[in-house]
Design a binder for this molecule. Structure first.
Ligand code: FAD
Length: 407
């Protein structure tokens, strides 16, 4: 049989940690931690991941389910938009079958929305986000659930995903490749000797046992809790937990991802999830990411603004309301809430004003950019450990999510 080039493609289960390889402990089992465990095992490192609850039980398992094309951020946060469109293409390739490849529509209802078009198209073009303008009739043919008063719509390559299943593919593959993933295991202290972190002390919530895990590098991938985990080492990271409310209503009232053609705002995103429609989201700031609520006025806003895009949601039964906190990175003069960048950032604390060796934090980003967050972090970790290993995660097709459940 002739070779077609695919024979050399790495299989999801090929890598194994090298005996005696450096050991990395990851704190946090959201999408970012799971993708990092996958990346580091492919690079031959020994990996232990500790998660205080079930994997994906933080923000990851509760997000809206939008595989961003980047269009939402193109006018306001170019770096995030460029990251999103690049990762959108990679995730479709490495997670086949995990997305409803339904595209998105940015819909102009008012004259003000229409005025936003020129800047939006220009920004999408600059960020390499493909767009196509649809006249009113074509948009309604494509998505009959839209508000018939719309003026026009812009089609972009958004898609829908299950918030838990995509990250579970990273966890399943990482575990199959040798990563030791420990749910219900909370980091309660970091082992610090002088100015070096050399491990974590954990509590196993199933048995109540506390024990130490040694590490050559500890990575803080605790999402909105990353500020708290950093504080265990006396390190400061300016994480700003920013919750948002989501509302699921009965019935599938649209088949595409529907957004309002304006700068990101409250309740301007409606998307289908199986036989439900999910409306979101809002944005405020909290000190403690466990301090989550779904205020009634936010729920009302979601339904009102969602109905401006897809009118049927106004009469639909509310099936669930919930909130989750974004792990945004803030700092003096950087603004708050929606003004904060969505782009990812990796901190090697050895380069802090008061250096701390052996400790790295990854924060910011989106669920869409989990793989890129892991790549950036794994590059930093490998450089610290003096290892030169190419990142392979953009090519390796992941195990199906169900593999997570079959140990
Ligand atoms: C309302 C809302 C809607 C969103 N919608 C989308 C969307 O549609 N598309 C998209 O791409 N992105 C979306 N996002 C963003 C996305 O959900 C997050 O950026 C992403 O899930 C963050 O993943 P993470 O792994 O960094 O954090 P998390 O998922 O929060 O993971 C961190 C983990 O660390 C654990 N942890 C904390 N402390 C400890 C400790 N001491 N020891 C052990 N474990 C610990 C937590 O339990 C948690 O599981 C949304 C965010 C919000 C808030």
């Amino acid at each position: 049989m002739p070779l077609d080039g695919r024979e050399t493609r790495p299989e999801a289960g090929e890598a194994r940690p090298e005996a005696g390889a450096p050991h990395v402990v990851i704190v946090g089992g959201g999408g970012t931690g799971g993708a990092l465990a996958h990346d580091l095992t492919l690079r031959g490192l020994r990996v232990t991941l500790v998660e205080r609850g079930e994997v994906t039980s933080g923000t990851t398992g509760r997000h809206h389910g939008l595989l961003h094309s980047g269009a939402r951020y193109a006018t306001t946060d170019r770096a995030a938009a460029i990251e999103c469109i690049a990762e959108n293409k990679i995730l479709r390739r490495i997670c086949p079958g995990s997305f409803e490849e339904n595209d998105g529509l940015f819909v102009a209802i008012t004259d003000e929305d229409a005025d936003y078009e020129k800047g939006f198209l220009e920004s999408c073009w600059q960020c390499a986000v493909p767009t196509r303008r649809l006249e009113r009739e074509e948009a309604l043919r494509m998505e009959p659930g839209l508000n018939p008063e719309l003026q026009f719509a812009i089609q972009v390559p958004d898609a829908t995903m299950d918030a838990m299943r995509v990250p579970l593919r990273f966890f399943a593959t990482a575990r199959r490749n040798g990563a030791d993933i420990r749910p219900f295991t909370e980091a309660i202290a970091l082992t610090v000797a002088g100015r070096t972190v050399s491990g974590v002390r954990v509590r196993d919530h199933a048995s109540g046992r506390e024990y130490d895990i040694g590490a050559d590098v500890v990575v803080n991938a605790a999402g909105p809790w990353a500020g708290k985990v950093a504080a265990l080492a006396g390190v400061s990271v300016s994480i700003v937990p920013s919750p948002g409310v989501m509302v699921a209503v009965g019935g599938r009232h649209c088949n595409m991802v529907v957004s309002r053609l304006h700068p990101p705002g409250d309740g301007d995103l409606v998307l289908p999830q199986r036989q439900r429609t999910v409306l979101g989201t809002s944005s405020w700031l909290v000190e403690d990411p466990d301090d989550l609520a779904a205020p009634a006025d936010h729920v009302e806003t979601m339904v009102r603004e969602g109905a401006a895009l897809v009118p049927a949601v106004a009469g639909a039964e509310i099936r669930a309301t919930w909130s989750a906190a974004r792990p945004l990175i803030g700092g003096a003069g950087e603004g708050a809430g929606r003004n904060l960048a969505r782009a990812l950032r990796c901190f090697d604390h050895a380069t802090d004003a008061t250096p701390m060796e052996g400790f790295v934090t990854i924060a910011g980003g989106k669920a869409t950019t989990l793989r890129a967050m892991a790549e950036v972090t794994a590059d930093v970790v490998c450089a610290k450990l003096g290892r030169v290993r190419r990142c392979e995660t953009a090519e390796v097709v992941l195990l199906p999510h169900a593999a997570w459940y079959s140990a």
